[in-house]
Ligand binder design. Sequence first.
Ligand code: TEU
Length: 564
Amino acid sequence: SKTQDWWRRSTVYQVYPKSFMDTTGSGEGDIRGLTGKLDYLQQLGIDIIWLQPVYVSPQNDNGYDVADYCQINPEFGTMADFDELMEGVQSRGMHLMLDIVVNHSSTEHRWFQASKSSKDNPYRDYYIWKDPKPDGGPPNNWQSKFGGSAWQYDEATGQYFLTLFDKTQADLNWENPAVREEVVKLMKFWADKGVSGFRMDVINLISKDQAFPDDDGSILPGDGRRYYTDGPRVHEYVKGLYEQVFGPYNAITVGEMSSTTLEHCLRYSNPDEKEFSMTFNFHHLKVDYPNGQKWELMPYDFEALKSLLSRWQQGMQEGGGWNALFFNNHDQPRALSRFADDGRYRVESAKMLATTLHGLQGTPYVYQGEEIGMPNPHWTDMSELRDIESRNMYGILLERGKTPEEAMDIIRERSRDNSRTPMQWNDSPQAGFTTGTPWIKVDERYQEINVQQQLDDPDSILHHYRKLIGLRKSLAVLTDGRYERLDEGHPQVFAYARVSDKETLVVVSNFSGQSATFKLPESFAEAALAGKSYELLIANTEMVPELGTELKLSPYASCMWVIN
Ligand code: TEU
């Protein structure tokens, strides 16, 4: 049954290696930096480490542009360093999950270099090449997710090739069985080295509508997503990977699903389907996008956040799927700044978001820095930004008529660089991340926000995460309790229960900077509390209300009780 899979009670820690720990003074993190921090992660209670790409890459998209899938990028170290990391992980009884980026490769990959060399090269069909339209323009009007056309023209062979992301990230042609075989081979290479799992980058984009039709613009001009998202053969392709790799190696897998649906995620993550162990979906991280537009600003919609989380909790539970739970990653601004308060109530807010997320059903992911309450940095100038998407979008925003200040305000809130500044280890220069000049600036608040200071403070955000991670291992209701939303449209409070036949969990969180009162629904309170005793499991304030029917909550207060 569900609870038998150990990874359903585990917590995954996401490492962005470029910003985690530098041991050479290069100003960029490296593999040995992670190896040196395994004890820190083990003490946190982490079971699985998701290591983001360290393969050979020109780093145009910080490693998501892979030029050799089976070689370590010298900037991060050597294969011997990787083997040492693998040994360190295994000797601590932990697991390593690697990032597999196979919707596209770098245009510097030897496959692409051969493919572009001539139309009849055996590698030509490893990628998606199309003739220009009669007027010489691109094959269709699809736009890249990083701005601009999704097609790049190649003079030498007079054709365009598809790039859904950066123009140096060429989409692989999964219709070609040779490509599918290459992917199986490269995953086996890492599985044979002891890697326990894989995070599959934008994996639901690999099957394109082979007509490559123009987008009719009914959603957004040139959107194109509907012609390659959860495409016609995507489940067939994923089942093939399960059959040849995930199953035989008993791998733990998570599919990153860009713009997907609940129905597809049930097919991707129900164990009977033999596809993935779990899926990331992003609907709850678009509640501050005005009509789905990332590059416009609006306050986030609290009710939308709660109803989307609830819909996915109930839907995945009813359909036998499994959620990867997250509020943060390397592509998102820090949730602390986005959904709560990174100023006066920073500590309460960070703990509130952690308790709210870790009480849900699924496998929680902790993104580096989240566990110490790192906020969005203060950006003063575009020259501080590194992310290809942000740099492209700054120019596009100006073209759309925004002033430099307006464009900077949008970039400040939306840039992926918000989560990519160096991990803050201690209050020494550069937060102990590097002895050199960091590739991207360290946030100036590192003296008050760092690992060392929080290891020494039992009441820190760090110890709050450690407790939550420990609770998940010991409390079965966190894994298999049925989700039930308890607040109906409360303007400040998100409250839910997790119900199993043995015990009931209650989580109540005030998402506002004002005090709030909240009443448990009468029917629920009677049924759950009658004749039962309850115990507070974790809270972020001294003043913890009694679990009666009227709760008084201080700003950003968040409590988790168990009733049994
Ligand atoms: O992300 C894909 C993705 O959905 C986001 O990048 C999103 O499309 C983007 O932020 C625009 O809003 C994965 C990786 O996580 C990301 O770092 C890579 O840049 C991308 O794929 C291409 O490999």
